[in-house]
Design a protein around this ligand. Structure first.
Ligand code: ADP
Ligand code: MG
Length: 161
């Protein structure tokens, strides 16, 4: 799969395992510097998706919802496409951000989100990314989550590269 294979694709998942698997398959095509923005109501599966994505990046720590912490940073021992020319594995940063409780510009500035987004060593995933408003970068992968029924979720991808 290539990143472009996700453009305007719609996925239906029938349980959280399938949503994690989808996150894992997106992780395989991500490169450092990529930004993934997640939109959708509480319980629509955003954090579940991030758990699979982090697993795909080789992160062993448990991914918890960062709603109250807002920003969680993990080190990913990612190899593919990130090796330096001595062939050593690079360690890159994975940021999981949740903006559910962050609405105003002052909060965004004090969190240092712009610096995180401007660092091309980072892979960043943001839940409630609509709260970034004018800080939302143009180059990003958008994913919309919708609750269909107790275990069914609709996940739509859009890419602005
Ligand atoms: P959000 O981060 O969008 O608020 P979470 O991922 O934290 O959502 O919660 C989703 C909840 O729905 C979890 O309890 C999960 O087990 C459950 N769930 C049931 N079916 C699915 C599915 N198909 N995809 C994702 N989560 C699901
Ligand atoms: Mg969440």
């Amino acid at each position: 799969m290539n990143k472009k294979d996700f453009i305007d694709k719609l996925f239906i998942t029938n349980n959280s395992k399938e949503t994690k698997k989808l996150g894992k398959s997106l992780a395989r095509v991500l490169k450092k510097g990529d930004l993934v923005c997640l939109y959708g109501d509480l319980g629509s599966g955003k954090t579940t998706f991030v758990q699979g994505l982090a697993e795909g990046l080789g992160i062993k720590q448990k991914i918890i919802s960062p709603t109250f912490i807002i920003i969680k940073n993990y080190e990913s021992p990612l190899r593919s496409a990130l090796q330096n020319f001595e062939g050593q594995a690079r360690v890159m940063n994975f940021y999981h951000i949740d903006l559910y409780r962050v609405e105003n510009e002052k909060d965004l500035e004090s969190l240092g989100i712009e610096e995180i987004l401007n660092d091309s060593e980072n892979i960043v995933v943001i839940e409630w990314a609509e709260n970034l408003k004018e800080f939302l970068p143009k180059k990003r992968i958008d994913l919309k989550f919708a609750y269909e029924s107790e275990n069914k979720r609709k996940i739509t991808f859009a890419l602005s590269l």
